[in-house]
Design a protein around this ligand. Structure first.
Ligand code: SF4
Length: 706
């Protein structure tokens, strides 16, 4: 019986899967021929999987896009075309738009579902050969505040901690993270450890009483948008109690005096009402932090998806710097990545301000490094930061974007202010949509559809939240005429005249070239190759040339030296700004959004799996009983939820899990699965000015009883 080791392609936990072939089955359907189980040898997940990983095989043969399709305009039906015609049209459109409008009129919006090789080839095509930095990925909606927070506070992106720290900590703060549903195997590892060590504390900071919060020693159900206030109040108490690591602060940090001066403005008595919690709760959280030898903080979208996402991340990191809780086992700030390979994407330069190897488009040295390495003339890479995805949408509105290439993501469900997004896409002169599935909400707005291979059909690597790189091997024939994303980008590059830049004959060649570019960088994988990963199993970076494969966990900053200008980490003395759209008389509730356990990525896969559909049959609106009483609605009634941008129709769930004044709607239902219940009809695009990550987690709404 043949078996293949690979990685779950859903979330950033990055669980190892073992796929076992049953040779007695002859139906040809993947679901009959292969069975999935957790890979016990994978260090990140140790054989565990959640419902998504366990059922992934059921999604492979359902609803696939099988061949290229084209239409001149959105009011026409698609017609099947050959790959030859599709590639010809792409090359022709790129040449025409570049000549008539300039390269900055061309944009690509990619995905944390890409393999690292897909990401890397796309950067070379868009940023290198075309000379525009208009490549952004759906990581913009997910992790870009973590990226900018790490960079500003610690000098570089890259989570310092690893999963083993979940089993070495004295106290874990899960902040804006419903890990029990969104990163279940990470949470399971922590819960198992805590069961054996009941003295270990769990603090959950979340406006909702999620399944994560239900298990906490302390749940701080704060008012949405009050995170920075809370972190500063905890810092106030730590300073007042003298619970500082003075040696660490003196030798390894900058800006301490400014930070302390700012923190004096955040006594818990002032902060508690703003956070909607008691002074005693803030004191308890600070006490847990102060009394612990090793504190780990884990966060996710609750911090990142905010118009002050970078400030939130930095304010949390401040607490680690204040107490020296970083660069040692069991401690540190730890972002839980949403997408399976958003980490690999960052390594490969897959955001509009990045270049491969954690380089920046604004650095002349970094651009020059890349131009030389890629064999491109000096000045070929633009010094301008490219468009974030929302700037691509506004570019379509104003006509400055003439060609949009979307790949492996579904923005017509996941972007904010969906009606505005729909109208912008409807104006797009030429939209290419490269995707494994059909139909999707975004396919309705495309001119050219390109069928992409997906998990099981493509080979390459992905990096999970703990910097662990796993080799994912193809073991199943691609559906229809589906092609690998990297191969499509390389072929378009060659047809545009960049034969020398795309000499790859295999995906291993692509990885080998990318890995060379990381030598000496924080995310160094120059010692890794497909061959090593296939033979020795998943490896964490840094993995410089000459490294030996190891199962020993790796952490960053163990020497307390940070990759900043002077080697010291930076305190961030920042004041909170609060929500971009706070509740008011017209829109009195704060809407917050989140994931359900079985859902993923706008349901392009999970919506096609019967077991998951049965788990989460329909969307809903969570309302606190007190608000339900005020509104005169009870469980099961239908209401209309309106924001300044749009509306949803939803069934009410009355629950004390949500705080009064706040309502919750799950986020993965698009029009394909629940017409009229798409929560992003309501959300707004106001974004963090540093990370450009939109505030998908909070907007003002009103509720109208039908
Ligand atoms: Fe896949 Fe994430 Fe579930 Fe692990 S926790 S099996 S990576 S969805």
């Amino acid at each position: 019986m043949k078996s293949v080791k690979t990685l779950c392609p859903y979330c950033g936990v990055g669980c190892g899967l073992e796929v076992v072939h049953n040779p007695s089955e002859t139906s040809g359907a993947i679901v009959d021929n292969w069975k999935v189980r957790g890979d016990r040898t994978h260090p990140s997940s140790q054989g565990m999987v959640c419902v998504k990983g366990a059922t992934i095989i059921e999604s492979i043969d359902r609803g696939r896009l099988l061949y290229p399709m084209f239409r001149e305009s959105l009011d026409q039906p698609f017609r099947r075309i050959s790959w030859e015609e599709a590639l010809g049209r792409i090359v022709g459109e790129i040449q025409r738009v570049r000549a008539d409008y300039g390269a900055d009129s061309i944009c690509m919006y990619g995905s944390g579902q890409f393999l690292t090789e897909d990401y890397y080839t796309a950067q070379k095509l868009i940023k290198g050969c075309l000379g525009t930095n208009n490549f952004d990925a759906n990581s913009r909606l997910c992790m870009s505040s973590a990226v900018s927070g790490y960079k500003l506070s610690l000098g570089s992106d890259g989570p310092p901690a690893c999963y083993e720290d979940l089993e070495l900590t004295d106290c874990a703060f899960f902040v804006g993270s419903n890990a029990a549903e969104c990163h279940p195997i990470v949470f399971n590892r922590f819960l198992k450890y805590r069961k054996r060590n009941p003295q270990v504390k769990l603090v959950v900071i979340d406006p909702r009483q999620t399944p994560t919060a239900e298990t906490a020693d302390l749940h701080l159900g704060i008012t949405p948008g009050s995170d920075v206030d809370l972190f500063h109040a905890i810092a106030y108490l730590l300073i007042q109690w003298g619970q500082l690591n003075r040696d660490f602060i003196k030798n390894h940090t900058n800006n301490f005096a400014e930070y302390v001066a700012l923190i004096q403005q955040y006594p818990p008595e002032d902060v508690a009402p703003r956070c909607g919690i008691s002074v005693a709760q803030i004191e308890q959280a600070a006490r847990y932090w102060a009394d612990s030898q090793r504190v780990l903080s884990l966060w996710s979208m609750g911090l990142n998806q905010s118009s002050e996402g970078t400030a939130k991340v930095q304010s949390l990191i401040n607490l680690h710097l204040l107490t020296g809780q970083i660069g040692k086992p069991g401690a540190g700030p730890f972002s839980l990545t949403g997408q399976p390979n958003a980490m690999g994407g960052r390594e490969a330069g897959g955001l509009a301000h990045l270049l491969p190897g954690y380089r920046s488009v604004t650095s002349a040295q970094d651009r020059s490094d890349l131009e030389q390495f890629w064999g491109l003339p000096p000045g070929q890479i633009s010094p301008q930061v490219g468009r974030s995805v929302w700037e691509m949408i506004t570019g379509l509105e104003e006509g400055s974007v003439q060609l949009l290439w979307i790949a492996a993501t579904n923005p017509l469900v996941s972007l904010p202010d969906l009606e505005r997004t729909r109208q912008a896409l409807a104006k797009s002169p030429f939209t290419i949509y490269q995707e494994a599935y059909y139909p999707t909400e975004t396919a309705d707005y495309a001119h050219l559809l390109l069928p992409a291979t997906q998990w099981s059909e493509k080979t390459g690597v992905m990096t999970n939240s703990e910097r662990r790189v796993t080799y994912c091997q193809a073991f199943h024939t691609p559906a229809g005429e589906a092609r690998e994303d990297w191969a499509v980008f390389a072929e378009v590059g060659r047809r545009l005249g960049y034969e020398a830049q795309f000499p790859f004959t295999s995906v291993a060649d692509v990885y080998a070239e990318f890995a060379q570019l990381t030598a000496g960088r924080v995310c160094d994988v120059s010692g890794l190759s497909h061959e090593i990963l296939a033979q020795s199993g998943p490896q964490q970076w840094p993995f410089p040339q000459g490294s030996e494969p190891t199962s020993t966990a790796k952490r960053l900053y163990l020497d307390d030296h940070f990759p900043t200008a002077n080697g010291r980490a930076n305190f961030a003395p920042v004041h909170p700004r609060g929500l971009a759209e706070p509740p008011d008389l017209d829109y009195p509730f704060v809407l917050t959004t989140g994931r359900l356990y079985g859902h993923w990525h706008t349901q392009t896969r999970t919506g096609r799996i019967p077991k998951i559909q049965q788990m989460h049959p329909e969307p809903f609106l969570e309302v606190h009983p007190r608000d339900g009483q005020k509104l005169g609605v009870s469980e099961g009634e239908w209401v209309r939820v309106e924001s300044r941008r749009g509306a949803c129709r939803l069934q009410v769930k009355v629950t004390k899990a949500i705080a009064p004044g706040t309502v919750f709607v799950p986020m993965h239902w698009g029009s394909l699965w629940a017409q009229g219940a798409e929560v992003n009809n309501l959300t707004h695009p106001a974004a963090c000015p540093i990370s450009q990550q939109p505030e998908l987690k909070a907007c003002g709404v009103k509720i109208i009883v039908e």
